[in-house]
Design a binder for this molecule. Sequence first.
Ligand SMILES: [Zn+2]
Length: 115
Amino acid sequence: MDPAELLENFIKLFEDYKDNLKVLNYLIEHDMIHPSFEKRYILNNDDFPFTISDMIRKNDNVVEFYLEAASGCPYKGEVIFDGRWCLKSFRFQCQGCFGDDSLCNVCGSSGWGVL
Ligand SMILES: [Zn+2]
């Protein structure tokens, strides 16, 4: 699976299952997520479905994806190569700063994640 296929399959899981726990179990069973993946972002997700709005290849081993949920909420996914392509992170934009504050205390200025 290349990074784009991996992410497309990932997005499709939400449409097929409409159940966060089932999505997560599928990802684990099929070895689609990295061990460092933060599962809480999927388990607390209530935005369906997603569309990919942009894809940025950072280097040979890292690809970033920008997604938009049906609600309009922006999400960011990171796919990395570690023996195979797998999902490293999947987070929504910080509700504290909306990615717009380099000194944000909520997200540590990453602009993404935090529940
Ligand atoms: Zn923030």
